[in-house]
Each structure stands twice: as structure tokens, then as C-alpha cells.
Design a protein around this ligand. Structure first.
Ligand SMILES: Cc1cc2nc3c(=O)[nH]c(=O)nc-3n(C[C@H](O)[C@H](O)[C@H](O)COP(=O)(O)OP(=O)(O)OC[C@H]3O[C@@H](n4cnc5c(N)ncnc54)[C@H](O)[C@@H]3O)c2cc1C
Length: 239
């Protein structure tokens, strides 16, 4: 029998259908959702959906919902592409491994704070695999006149799945332990190639985001710094 939380949430969340699922890296799946309620939405790169992944599991509400960035959005068909990683082995990872095409998905959104800065002339994007689709979405909405550089940090090169156009546009930083100093060194090398009116986006491991954010705010005062930690050891289901 469905729990009261499940029944209540189903009536509050909007409903979509999973129309596509493909594993694209050892720890990443590409999925597509379709919902008539998404039709006509004016998508801003950096928005996400909150998915009710914990239906049927006897857990508290905050353990049932997980946030996933929109990789690509089509307002005409009401479809959203997402990339879901499984490094965490939490409820979201279990959900993505088990869910099948044709299943109903309950969601909230789209909304988001780590969104594209359309006014910036240059963009520096830094993240881990959980943030890769988010950074791809921002890159895809930049005009030809805007310049972008990106750094993907991960211990495992296999985590670097390609963007939907087949390219891997970011520099890979294959780092095992705390990658902060190595990322700062690499960013400092890129600095002269990034013209003013620069916005820096930091996403992924909260600890790395915070350390990098401190560095850029102190030392790159000409840049706007936008930060969003996607996960943190000991915390679950961050929004
Ligand atoms: C704004 C926002 C956008 C996000 N977008 C995406 C996205 O597009 N794709 C995506 O996969 N995730 C994204 N996330 C993270 C996602 O919401 C989940 O937190 C993540 O998938 C883990 O869920 P889980 O239930 O599997 O593990 P949880 O139960 O949440 O966590 C279990 C444990 O695993 C750790 N953990 C979580 N993530 C990782 C990781 N990547 N590597 C190592 N350890 C980890 C946690 O700290 C925790 O200790 C986003 C988060 C936010 C806040």
C-alpha cells in the first residue's frame, strides 16, 4: 500500500514519462522526460528538475527527492534531457539503475540559481561529472561571440561523457585527491585567454566549490563567481 507521503507527493508533483534511457559512461546515464506541462517553458541554462525518485521506499521526504540539471530542453515537445550519475550509491543511483522507459516520473521545476550569465563575454566552467551536463547546458546557450573554457575534474577519464553534439570541449583534470590547488594552477594559466566581463561557474563537490570560490573571489576580483555545491560527504539529497 502506498505511504501517505507518497500519495500526497504524487498529487503535488507534476507527472512526466521517461521516453529514453541510455548508459553513457560507467557511472552516468542519459535520460529524457516528456511532459505536456513542460511545453512552452522558457528554459534558462542552469535550471534543474527535482525528481521524486523514492516512491515506494519507506524513508523521510528529504530522502525521496533528488535534483538533476537539465542538459537540453525542447519547449515544443516538452522534453528535458538529464544526465544522472551513480558514484554516490544513494537512492538516486538506485532509481536510475532500475527505472525503465515508459515509467511515470513525478517532478517539480524547472528552476535554478546557477544559471547562465548572458551578459558576460567570457565564461570559465569548472565541475565534476555530476555537474557535466549542467556545464554543457550553459555552454550550449552561449553565442559565437562569447568565449568559454572548461575544466572537468575526475579521477577517472571514463567519466567524461561527450556533450549531445558529440564533442568533449573541456580540459580533463585527472585528479585523485583534493583537486583544488591543481585546478587553481590550471585556471591561472587560462586567465590571460579569458577576456574581461568574465563569469566563473563552479559546480560539483561542495568542498572543492567552496575552496575555489574563495580563491577566485579574493584573487580574480574582476570576475563574477557563481557557485553551487551538488553534493557533500555526509549530506543527502542537496537542493
Ligand atoms: C542544483 C543541483 C543540480 C544537480 N544536478 C545533478 C545532475 O545533473 N546529475 C547528477 O548526477 N547529480 C546532480 N546533482 C546531485 C544529485 O541531486 C544527487 O545528490 C546525487 O545524484 C546523489 O544522489 P543519491 O541519492 O544517489 O545519493 P545521496 O543519498 O544523496 O548521497 C549518498 C552519499 O554519496 C555522496 N555523493 C553524492 N554525490 C556524489 C558524487 N557525485 N560523487 C561521490 N559521492 C557522492 C553523498 O555526499 C553522500 O555521502 C545535483 C544537485 C544539485 C543541488
Amino acid at each position: 500500500m502506498p505511504s501517505i507521503i507518497d500519495s500526497l507527493s504524487k498529487s503535488i508533483f507534476k507527472k512526466a514519462m521517461l521516453t529514453y534511457k541510455q548508459q553513457i559512461a560507467p557511472h552516468s546515464y542519459h535520460v529524457r522526460l516528456q511532459s505536456d506541462a513542460l511545453k512552452g517553458h522558457r528554459f534558462t541554462a542552469g535550471e534543474h528538475l527535482r525528481l521524486f525518485v523514492g516512491i515506494g521506499r519507506d524513508t523521510a521526504m528529504n530522502s525521496k527527492v533528488r535534483t538533476y540539471s537539465i542538459w537540453r530542453f525542447d519547449a515544443t515537445t516538452g522534453t528535458a534531457d538529464l544526465a544522472v550519475c551513480t558514484h554516490s550509491n544513494g537512492i538516486g543511483s538506485t532509481w536510475i539503475r532500475e527505472v525503465t522507459v515508459g515509467k511515470a516520473i513525478h517532478y517539480m521545476g524547472p528552476k535554478g540559481k546557477l544559471v547562465i550569465d548572458r551578459a558576460a563575454r567570457s565564461h570559465l566552467l569548472i565541475g565534476d561529472p555530476s555537474a557535466l551536463s549542467h556545464l554543457y547546458a550553459i555552454r550550449s546557450q552561449l553565442s559565437a561571440a562569447q568565449q568559454a573554457s572548461g575544466l572537468l575534474y575526475t579521477p577517472d577519464e571514463a567519466d567524461y561523457y561527450a556533450d549531445l553534439d558529440g564533442v568533449r570541449p573541456f580540459e580533463l583534470a585527472r585528479l585523485h585527491y583534493d583537486p583544488t590547488q591543481a585546478l587553481i594552477d590550471r585556471a591561472e594559466q587560462l586567465k590571460s585567454t579569458l577576456p574581461p566581463a568574465l563569469t566563473i561557474y563552479l559546480a560539483g563537490d561542495m568542498r572543492v566549490c567552496q575552496s575555489l570560490g574563495r580563491h577566485f573571489r579574493q584573487n580574480w576580483q574582476h570576475a563574477e563567481v557563481r557557485v553551487k555545491g551538488f553534493w557533500m560527504p555526509g549530506k543527502v539529497g542537496m537542493d
